[in-house]
Design a binder for this molecule. Sequence first.
Ligand code: FEO
Ligand code: CA
Ligand code: CA
Ligand code: CA
Length: 626
Amino acid sequence: MDPKSQIDLSWDEFDEMRDPRPAANGFDEVVERALSRRGFLGSVLAFGSGAAVFGSGLMSSTTAARAEGAAFKFQPIGIATDFEIHVPEGYQWKPLVKWGQALFSVAEGAYSPETGVPVAMSDKVFGENTDGMETFEADGHVLLAINSEYVNPKINLPAESEGMPKTADEVLMLKNMQGVTVLEIAPQGGTWDVVVDSPFNRRITHETQMVMDGPAAGSDLVKTNADAEGVNPKGTMNNCGSGKTLWGTYLTCEENFNGYFGTTGAMPEGEGYSRYGIGGEGRYAYEKYDARYDLSKEPNEPHRHGFVTEIDPADPQSTPVKHSALGRFKHENAEMVQAADGRIVVYMGDDERGEFMYRYVSNGSWAEGQPTDGLLSDGTLYVAKFNADQTGEWLALTPETTGMPIEEILVFSRMAGSKVGATTMDRPEWIAANPLKAEAYCALTNNKNRGLKPNAGGDATPVGGPNPREANNYGQIVRWQPEGGDHGADGFAWDLFVMAGNPEVGDGAYMGSPNVTAGNMFNSPDGMAFSSDGMLWIQTDGEDSNEGEFAGMGNNQMLVGDPETGEIARFLTAPNGAEVTGLTWSPDGKVAFVGIQHPGGSWPDGAGKPRSAVIQVWREDGDVIG
Ligand code: FEO
Ligand code: CA
Ligand code: CA
Ligand code: CA
């Protein structure tokens, strides 16, 4: 394939190009086509279904409760198709930090609207394509840790490079524009500004030295020429969603790491490469200029990426830790909660068509002020199995259940999940846990192959359960309530909070669930976070053509859902071309920080290159925003 065209693909399209699935098989019955909208949804949708669940509350919402209205503090807005941000009346927004903005005074003025950032300054500015982020406080300072997911080479590189690096320096520039930024912010007249030259400011990139812990650390699978012990991997990449530990550190999640590796010679042996979409020519030609990315020279380097990596934002000298115990896959985010007995529980999605949802449970327990050693290195990884009767269970991935040694379970977690019969999902993106009750939500963004093609490991993707729509172009949000209200329990009950759809132009299942209306429709839910008042904020990364089956949905957006009533209201619309991803709040809850990734046009500067940015949104009356 022409390398110039492969950088224009979405990651989803890149997966398909790299690893075309076998053609359709025996399960392409279109069950739901025969069902009415309500008949189709009645068995899996919360509202009014009355299905049996563990404990109480999950499905107790009634028509009466819905009629009372959700507790939205804002007037929902309409769709947009322009290159601006829109927020409700009584709210304001402005950028907090944009791609190329200086974190250190030495880089002030380095960004040019025509040429971007020079390579020498590329690790001293805010990275490109902002994604997951979290807020921290350290010694009276307010810090943000923010992911920069991937690079757009056409924006970062000189025009003559035509979107592909031509030198080692250009590869370094692209690597530096990814990773994580830690920066200090300070209040300034009701909003916030970046503190240039703060001692907390830090860039963590492909080049940053890390350590690995957990059972795969030191195994032969992760040893390289530069690290014969297999415990000192370098770099984090394709940092997508985020998480925050209960002890106040940052979790950055390595998602589409596969695309950075390629080979200049023979492919190494091993079935793990194809399951993860690794092989052939790298998406950005890094392997031509840096042997670390060349599979013919460093066959184990990709086995050191695709992990959840922990960073202490309060200590700029700290070494990030790659936690092998949480498994290796295309990690979306990491939502940490606690079991009733104090064990640490982390929910995680693997964002690829037909891949799985995971849960990690520590062996040790934790309480405020106690040591955290071993909590993310000594535990058990599980995969989710959803049953048609709205129950489900977490299946442990152990040598006994999989027949695989523990280091293979952790490095090739997808293959372990296939062995125990995990449920193939419609691209699990962010998982968010309700702070007010024991339940969690996962955005299943879309899956055009549902019911049509197996996953990369050959597992069937039948229509049903929480993935009930063939050729699912709109996505849905599944939620579950653990048995006994304990996130440490292995059983759960589930339902669908929403099936996105188009009630105007769709029919049957493609109309979406009853809580989707002409006034709030959207597609491809992705980012999610709960505000402290128990409202679910939903960000989208979907088709924004506003045409055909997407007519009436407009640009990507952020909505707020009420878990109790099921109502959903549109809060923000993004510039055309952008997705909305990443959400955190100022410590006082009065300002929301929202990520705008890959905007189109010349947003937000109005001229020159488009710049991904974190914006801040606040209420004119100064009240809390969420
Ligand atoms: Fe980086 Fe699955 O989103
Ligand atoms: Ca995402
Ligand atoms: Ca997405
Ligand atoms: Ca993205």
